[in-house]
Structure formats: structure tokens, C-alpha cells
Design a protein around this ligand. Structure first.
Ligand SMILES: [Zn+2]
Length: 170
């Protein structure tokens, strides 16, 4: 989640939102502007075996919300490497990068989602402690949700000739 600075990180003066939509330092001798650039996040549509996707539940999410495997880039890391590392860390599965599905904005979190199709064998799954549940859903049955990662899933399914239904946030 993006937060607006109260004080300037350069000179400690007050910050204030300007008509241009950016948070500006109020000191006459400082020109600091908080640009609040989006954070890149990788997301994996994990195809487990054939034509089925793994959706995971984060322990911090409300019950019933399941999503793609996501993660932040490490310093200097390429998204192609990051997405395979995240699949390994979060599910303990060795993935093969099949394609990049696309890039999506996730405005609420000020993130840029870089979505991939990753294929894995149907090996045993071990969840990272930050996840507390998962489900395996056939491509023909999965529903997408109206946010960045959900649109990635919708677009991926269209490449398989499947027009998924939308599941609204409850
Ligand atoms: Zn300043």
C-alpha cells in the first residue's frame, strides 16, 4: 500500500499534496516530490499438471480469497528468475516458464503486476508459512476476480479458448 510522507525525507519539512496529485516538500529551499512510483510484483499462473491452476490463500487474507502466487523482486533480480523462485518458495514446486501473460496495474496497492504462465509437474506441494491453504481448479471451472492478477488469469484463459466468469469480491 502506498503511503504519503508527512515529513520530507530529505529536509524534514512538512509535505503537502499539490494540485498535480503529488506530495511536495513545503520548504522553499527543497524541491523534493514524492513520486510514489508503482512497485513491480511478479504473479504466477501455476499450471499444475495439465489444464488446472493452483490458487493459494494468504494467511492474512479474508476467508475465501484465493489468488495467484505473487512476490517482490529481490535487489537486481530479473522477473523471469523471480517468478520461478517464488513458485519454489511458496509451493516447493520446480516450475518451467512458459510465457509472460502481460502486465497489469493494481491501483489500490500501487503495483505493476508482471504475470507469467508457469508449468509444474504434479509433485507434492509444501506451502510457505505465509500461505495457509490452496486449491487446484480446472481451467474450465476457474473464475477470475476484478483486480490485476485476476485480469491476468482471465486473459491467460482466453488464450486457451476459455471465457471465464468473474467472481466479485465479497
Ligand atoms: Zn524537503
Amino acid at each position: 500500500m502506498s503511503t504519503s510522507f508527512t515529513y520530507c525525507p530529505k529536509c524534514k519539512s512538512d509535505m503537502a499534496m499539490a494540485p498535480d496529485g503529488y506530495n511536495h516538500c513545503q520548504s522553499d529551499s527543497c524541491s523534493y516530490i514524492q513520486y510514489d512510483n508503482p512497485t513491480p510484483v511478479v504473479a504466477a499462473i501455476v499450471e499444475y499438471g495439465e489444464d488446472q491452476v493452483i490458487l493459494a490463500h494468504n494467511a492474512a487474507w479474508p476467508p475465501g480469497w484465493y489468488g495467484l502466487i505473487t512476490g517482490f523482486l529481490e535487489k537486481g533480480e530479473h522477473p523471469d528468475e523471480c517468478v520461478l523462485r517464488e513458485v519454489k518458495e511458496e509451493l516447493n514446486l520446480d516450475g518451467e516458464l512458459m510465457s509472460m501473460v502481460g502486465m497489469y496495474t493494481f491501483k489500490r496497492m500501487n503495483q505493476l503486476i508482471i504475470a507469467y504462465h508457469i508449468k509444474t509437474k504434479q509433485d507434492p506441494i509444501t506451502l510457505d508459512p505465509e500461505l495457509d491453504d490452496y486449491k487446484i481448479v480446472p481451467f474450465s471451472k476457474v473464475k477470475y476476480w476484478p483486480a490485476g492478477t485476476g485480469y491476468a488469469l482471465r486473459d491467460f484463459l482466453l488464450t486457451r479458448g476459455i471465457e471465464a466468469e468473474m467472481r466479485p469480491f465479497s
